[in-house]
Ligand binder design. Structure first.
Ligand SMILES: Cc1cc2nc3c(=O)[nH]c(=O)nc-3n(C[C@H](O)[C@H](O)[C@H](O)COP(=O)(O)O)c2cc1C
Length: 485
């Protein structure tokens, strides 16, 4: 299975598999399309292609394209998402080669990295229409208003491309983008995100930061924008690692490389210190942001549009919506990386209703006292895992994806005074509605592992009930005879 090269090829694949429905009813991107999309997402339904967008002739709108793990796997051309994480954590790191053959193989793997690097091309599909300068009007794109009290219209699945002025590393971040017609956008990169890092680098130099906002492109590049890739790994390179081949990119006049197959590109710059009020916006925690904050303003110099453009939007709100599946994909792709850094980690579940940054359940192979707390502290210091508010650690025999098993471990293994950790005064997700100050709150850790004697007053942990295997076999036979097996 190969990863589709652009959005249109991906939509064809989805349609062939019965994973896409076309909608011909005229619907507006203001509340109407978002409402239909949200209701289909809530029912875990298919991707939708709106072919009659009220007020936007010539445009089509796609949504819920990543709304299941199966669709995300199709977008990336893989059977198993963890495979992508393993591409990052090379074979050589997992098992040092001892033989000459092994050494040559690992050298070949390192050289293979070359096939993931972006390929610069001279022509781009979006060169078909270019709108420049005073003619630019961002309200001509079918950006959504998702919730009645949203403070404006938003590009909800835009990829924000920047190049770090200090290192030349390209970033892709899916950050919501508010329209400020006719020529401005407000970019919502949060405190801990890489786009903001590039912005601060430019501000330090007193220079404007070139930016491109892309809607609809190579599906791997679209998803790379969501991935919490450790800095300074280049996101275009990471998109190549995800797709299993380099992304074809076109360098815009402002120097920012973007996928050549993109449907819509808004090219411009952000001036240091030029901020605007952003929001309110109904976000993935299920609340309107409170309080609204100021974020950088981008001036759009050029709009590049592919002919018969397909706009892509999503809706966030109370779970479970499309972003929950994207979060699950992040969890699966990065598990191998986390397991490499923390070898005791067996599995991780960031449950859909836990809003991704809200709750993580981690199972570990425990061999020494205090290890569960060590794992919590490590995760609270690790990339975007660090934004997780509540971490529950269980033993490896507990299936982290079975919330009833986890609840049993919490109920039976936790002595709150001994096993609950509250860390005050820490960084948090900037949108967490529970903290009065955006980005500053506290953490909760629950050690639900069985305790070793050092953790249990020097005593042995109680013996768990285990059935007698022979009697169980007999009991199974009796039940089978009775038709109760
Ligand atoms: C639909 C959707 C909307 C998102 N909106 C934002 C946003 O407005 N601001 C933000 O900082 N992160 C947002 N995120 C999360 C980022 O995409 C994610 O943290 C990503 O790893 C950021 O990339 P970075 O590490 O390169 O900054 C959103 C994710 C999704 C799936």
């Amino acid at each position: 299975m190969q990863a589709p090269r652009d959005l249109r090829e991906f939509l064809e694949v989805l349609e062939e598999r019965g994973e896409l429905r076309r909608i011909r009813e005229p619907l507006s991107p203001v509340l109407e399309i978002p409402a239909v999309l949200r209701r289909v997402m809530e029912r875990r339904g298919p991707a939708l292609l709106f072919e009659n967008v009220k007020g936007y002739p010539g445009w089509r709108v796609a949504g819920n394209i990543f709304g299941s793990l199966e669709r995300i796997k199709l977008a990336l051309g893989v059977e198993n998402l963890e495979e992508i994480g393993w591409r990052l954590v090379s074979q050589a790191w997992r098992q040092p080669p001892m033989t000459l053959g092994g050494k040559l193989r690992s050298l070949k793997e390192v050289m293979d990295l070359g096939r993931y690097t972006p390929r610069l091309v001279r022509r781009a599909a979006f060169q078909e229409t270019v709108v420049e300068g005073e003619k630019v009007d961002v309200s001509s794109i079918p950006a959504f208003k998702s919730w009645p009290r949203d403070g404006g219209r938003y590009i909800t699945f835009g990829q924000v491309y920047t190049v770090d002025p200090a290192t030349g590393v390209t970033n892709i971040g899916v950050y919501r983008v508010m329209l400020r017609p006719p020529r401005e956008l407000v970019i919502h990169w949060q405190l801990h995100k890489r786009g903001r890092h590039a912005y601060l680098e430019a501000a330090k130099r007193g220079e404007p930061l070139p930016v491109a906002v892309v809607v609809g492109s190579d599906p791997a590049a679209m998803l790379a924008g969501v991935m919490p890739v450790p800095y300074p790994l280049d996101k275009l390179l990471f998109a190549g690692v995800m797709a299993g081949r380099g992304v074809e990119v076109y360098r815009l006049p402002n120097g920012v490389p973007v996928p050549a197959s993109s449907e819509l590109v808004l090219e411009g710059y952000v001036e240091p210190g030029r901020l605007s009020e952003e929001g309110p916006f109904g976000d993935h925690w299920g609340y309107y942001d409170k309080p609204t904050e100021k974020f950088p303003v981008m001036t759009v110099e050029r709009m590049w549009i592919r002919s018969n453009p397909v706009y892509v939007g999503t809706v966030v709100g109370k779970p479970v919506l499309e972003d929950a599946y994207i979060g699950k994909a992040v969890e699966r792709i990065f598990l191998p990386v986390i397991r490499t850094l923390l070898p005791e980690v067996v599995d991780i579940n960031m449950p859909e209703y836990g809003v991704f940054q809200g709750v993580a359940i981690v199972s570990i192979r425990k061999t020494y006292p205090g290890q569960a707390k060590k794992v919590m502290m490590a995760l609270w210091g690790l990339g975007q895992m660090a934004l997780t508010k509540i971490i529950i650690v269980v033993d490896e025999d507990i299936n982290v994806h079975d919330l009833n098993q986890v609840l049993w471990a919490v109920a039976a293994h936790v002595d709150p005074q001994r096993d609950v950790v509250v860390v005050p005064g820490t960084h948090t997700d900037q949108l967490d509605p529970a903290t009065p100050v955006p980005g500053y709150g506290s953490k909760l850790g629950i050690d639900a592992t069985r305790k070793l004697p050092e953790e249990y007053g020097g005593k042995a942990w109680p013996e768990e009930v285990e059935p007698d295997p022979q009697v169980e076999e007999e009991a199974a036979k009796v039940l089978e005879k009775l038709g109760l097996a």
